[in-house]
Design a protein around this ligand. Structure first.
Ligand code: EPS
Length: 388
């Protein structure tokens, strides 16, 4: 069975929920590791007041018994602690009178789902749209990704991320090795591998905050030790780079995805781009990894490197011009509270999405109902690759 997941929940509703299907039976699950990923997603200089309210933690409702998966769907819940302040406005009960505080949202934010979503779904209170469009939803995805990651660990695959650009700093995005990324301290303010650059990024965020503005940036996710042969060249939907791009583009505010040095490669000669092949200790290797570990939509055994480009957050304290959907008069867009930037958090979400895509590919390729069966299939494939 493939690795599948779905999330549910509104930003200020009672809770977020997720259902994950396709984990093999017998996989040991460490709840603390999942909660640690949720903690990491909440970090980062430039987050707003909401992160002081939430302490995201998972509660299992199904699929795990005595610390191991049963092979059945895993259901997870993450409480929204902020819900206590929104019980009436987010109530599932029919209300006799519309609550006054906060009022109906009628001034859509440029860059947000507010207006297009409102038009599409016929919503007169744009809260009906923004609550689900909110990146709060990604807490549930990170929980799903943390399960996927625990499967990947059994196959020797590790995933990390780092921030390589914040706004326009540095001018050329950072290029860092796996070891340099591993050396970043857990509580580094921006999950950046260069402290001097990180200080400049912090000053840039401070300036944006001062101006009531927001910032985007670029994060990079690296998967160490993926086996050769995940994904396939045979059909468009099987190409792993295509699947990764879709997974990354689905992260709120991600507007471009790059595999390896894809953007720079477009302006280089072929001789400057393609990673030459050599044979070493019974292994085919590449001298460089400008392809980011993917050729023909198939993993080639090198590190997988994927970058997500984020637009600046669309809720601005110094609000942009918009139009009130009721009066049709020009007005400033709505503002309640916002992050200045969330690029480090997006990196953690990118890790989760890459873990999910890879877990799905492993499940497709190695099948099995139990982890033991899946591992046997994996070992047998690894033996055949070693003889190639
Ligand atoms: C978000 C707006 C902010 C962010 C939120 C995403 O929430 P609020 O409106 O409650 O201040 O903090 O992100 C999260 C809550 C989170 O957990 O990441 C938005 O509009 O997308």
């Amino acid at each position: 069975m493939n690795f599948k997941f779905t999330t549910a929940g509104e930003s200020h509703g009672k809770a977020l929920a997720a259902i994950v299907e396709g984990l093999p039976a017998g996989l040991a699950i460490d709840l603390e590791k999942i909660n640690h990923e949720l903690w990491r997603r909440q970090q980062g200089y430039g987050r707003g007041g909401r992160m002081k309210i939430e302490t995201d933690k998972v509660e299992f409702l199904s699929g795990i018994r005595h610390g191991k998966t049963l092979g059945s769907p895993v259901t997870m819940i993450i409480e929204n602690r902020d819900f206590v302040h929104w019980t009436e406005i987010m109530s599932s009960e029919k209300l006799e009178t519309q609550p006054k505080n906060p009022p109906i949202v009628s001034r859509p934010r440029p860059g947000h789902a507010d207006l297009a979503g409102g038009q599409k779904f016929g919503a007169r209170d744009l809260r009906d749209i923004l609550e689900r469009a909110s990146a709060r939803e990604t807490a549930a995805r990170v929980a799903c990704g943390a399960l996927a990651r625990q499967l990947l660990e059994n196959f020797g695959i590790e995933i990390k991320s780092h921030v390589i650009k914040l706004g326009n700093i540095p001018e050329i995005a950072l290029q860092k090795t796996w070891e340099e990324i591993c050396a970043i301290e857990e509580n580094a303010p921006l999950n950046c591998a260069d402290q001097e650059i990180e200080n400049l990024m912090i000053a840039h965020i401070d300036a944006a905050k001062e101006n009531g503005d927001t910032l985007g940036g670029i994060f990079e996710v690296v998967a160490k030790n993926p086996p050769v042969g995940l994904g396939s060249h045979t059909s468009w939907a099987e190409k792993l780079d295509g699947r990764i791009a879709q997974a990354f583009m689905s992260i709120q505010a991600v507007k471009a995805v790059e595999i390896g040095e894809g953007v720079l490669n477009a302006g280089r000669f072929g001789s400057e781009v393609h990673d030459e092949i050599y044979f070493d200790e019974n292994n085919f290797r590449r001298r460089t990894n400008r392809a980011g570990g993917l050729e023909g939509g198939i993993t080639n055994g090198e590190e997988l490197r994927v970058r997500g480009y984020l637009k600046p957050i669309s809720t601005l304290r110094k609000a942009l011009h918009s139009v009130d959907i009721e009066t049709k008069q020009e007005d400033l867009a709505a503002f309640e509270r916002s992050d200045i930037t969330a690029v480090p958090a997006a990196g953690v979400i990118g890790e989760a999405m890459l873990a999910i895509v890879l877990a799905n590919s492993l499940r497709e390729k190695f099948g099995g109902d139990s982890l033991d069966e899946m591992k046997r299939n994996f070992e047998s494939y690894r033996d055949s690759i070693a003889k190639y």
